[in-house]
Design a protein around this ligand. Structure first.
Ligand code: TXA
Ligand code: MG
Length: 344
C-alpha cells in the first residue's frame, strides 16, 4: 500500500466495529491474540491477502494461518474434518493451537501459498474473537512483524515494524503466551508437530496418542530439502546481533561469557533472571531458568531490546527443551542460526 496513517484503535466496542469494517473493506489490521499480535486481512479476499505479503515483506511461498471464532466457521474452509481435529478442538480450542487440514476451494490459493492444505486456528483472546465476529469473515493473520524480525507481543512492536504500511492496529495489551501457536499437521497418517508452542508435545500426545515431531523443530533444514512448514526454513525471530546459544550451568555460562568478552568487543549476555551477578558484561534477562512460560512471555521483547541497545554479539543461556521450553528453544535456535555451544 501507499504510505499512510495507521489508525490507533483501543479495546472499545466502537473500535472493534471499526476494525471489522476495515477488514471487510479489504484493509489490514494488527490485532492482539493470546500468542502474538497478528496482521489480519479477510481470508476470503485474495487481494487483501496479497497485501499482507507486501506489508510484511513476506516470501510468497510462506502460507498464512486462518483465524476463526466458531467451529462451524471452519467447515467451509476444509474438505475433511479428521477425528483428530475434533479431539483437539475439544481439548485445546479456543487457544494457542493451529491445525493443518485439507483446504477447500473457498480459501484462496494465496493464503496457503498454493499448498493443498490450510492452517486453521481459533484464538482465545477476547479481542481477537470479537474482531473476527465483527468482520464476519475468517481472518488470515501471520505474526504482525516485518518478515525476519521477532514477532510482536505489544501494539507498539507492531507500530515499530509496520506504522504507515497498514490501515490500523488495535491495542489489546501485552500477549499472555508471547510465542506463536503450536502447529500440528493432521493431513498425514500420523499427526506431526511442525512448530512447538504453548500446547506441548505431551499435551498433543495425551489427546491423539502418537505424534511425530518434525526434524525442522530442532535441526537446520538440509540444503534443498522441502520444508513441511515453509516458515521453518527462513531465518526467523532474529535480532540484528549475532546470537549464539550456550548450554551449561549458571556458573559455567558466566565464566564463558566473561572470558569471551576478553577477546571480543561488544559482548552482551542474555541470561535467566537472578543469574546475572557473576557477569562482567552488559546483560538482558528473559525469565526464570525453571519457568518456560515466563521465558516464552519475555523472549521476543528481549530480542527487540537487544536491537534497541545496538547489541552486536550476544551469548544466550540455553533453555530446557522440556514442555513449553521446546518452543522457547526452537525460536532461540533460529534467532541464533542454529549456533549452539555446549559447556556440559
Ligand atoms: O500464534 C500464531 O500462530 C500467530 C497468531 C497471529 O495467530 N500467527 C503466526 O503466523 O505465527 P505466522 O504466519 O507467523 O506463522 C505461520 C506458520 C508458518 O511457519 C507457516 O509456514 C505455517 O504456519 N503454515 C501455515 N500454513 C501452513 C500449511 N498449510 N502447511 C504447513 N505449514 C503452514
Ligand atoms: Mg511469523
Amino acid at each position: 500500500m501507499e504510505q499512510g496513517e495507521t489508525l490507533r484503535l483501543q479495546n472499545r466496542p466502537e473500535d472493534i466495529v471499526r476494525a471489522g469494517e476495515i477488514l471487510r473493506g479489504g484493509g489490514l489490521v494488527g490485532i492482539p491474540t493470546e500468542t502474538v499480535y497478528g496482521l489480519a486481512a479477510n481470508a476470503l479476499d485474495a487481494q487483501a491477502v496479497g497485501r499482507i505479503f507486501t506489508a510484511k515483506g513476506r516470501p510468497q511461498d510462506n502460507p498464512l494461518i486462518v483465524h476463526i471464532a466458531r467451529w462451524e466457521d471452519m467447515l467451509p474452509l476444509v474438505t475433511e474434518v479428521p477425528a483428530a481435529a475434533e479431539a483437539l478442538e475439544q481439548d485445546y480450542w479456543p487457544g494457542p493451537l493451529t491445525m493443518i487440514l485439507p483446504r477447500s476451494d473457498r480459501v484462496p490459493a494465496a493464503v496457503s501459498a498454493g499448498l493443498g492444505t490450510v492452517a486453521i486456528r481459533m484464538p482465545s483472546h477476547p479481542v481477537a474473537r470479537a474482531v473476527i465476529l465483527a468482520a464476519g469473515v475468517p481472518l488470515a493473520a501471520p505474526s504482525a512483524n516485518r518478515s525476519g524480525s521477532p514477532s510482536p507481543t505489544t501494539a507498539q512492536h507492531v507500530l515499530d515494524d509496520l506504522d504507515g504500511r497498514i490501515e490500523a492496529v488495535l491495542d489489546g495489551g501485552a500477549c499472555s503466551v508471547g510465542l506463536e501457536s503450536t502447529v500440528v499437521d493432521l493431513t498425514r497418517a500420523v499427526p506431526r508437530l511442525l512448530r512447538p508452542g504453548a500446547v506441548t508435545v505431551d499435551m498433543l500426545r495425551r489427546t491423539l496418542g502418537t505424534v511425530e515431531v518434525d526434524d525442522a523443530v530442532t535441526h537446520r533444514l538440509q540444503e534443498g530439502a522441502v520444508a513441511a512448514s515453509p516458515g521453518m526454513k527462513y531465518k526467523h525471530y532474529a535480532p540484528k546481533a549475532q546470537v549464539t546459544l550456550v548450554r551449561g550451568t549458571p556458573e559455567a555460562f558466566a565464566a564463558f561469557v566473561n572470558q569471551r568478552a576478553v577477546h571480543e568487543p561488544d559482548v552482551t549476555a542474555m541470561c535467566f533472571d537472578g543469574e546475572e551477578a557473576a557477569l562482567k558484561v552488559p546483560f538482558v534477562t528473559y525469565g526464570r531458568r525453571d519457568n518456560a512460560a515466563d521465558q516464552a512471555q519475555h523472549l521476543f521483547d528481549t530480542l527487540r531490546e537487544l536491537d534497541d541497545r545496538g547489541a552486536k554479539r550476544v551469548y544466550a543461556a540455553c533453555p530446557s527443551e522440556d514442555g513449553v521450553g521446546l518452543a522457547v528453544y526452537n525460536r532461540l535456535l533460529r534467532a541464533a542460526g542454529f549456533e549452539v555451544i555446549d559447556l556440559d
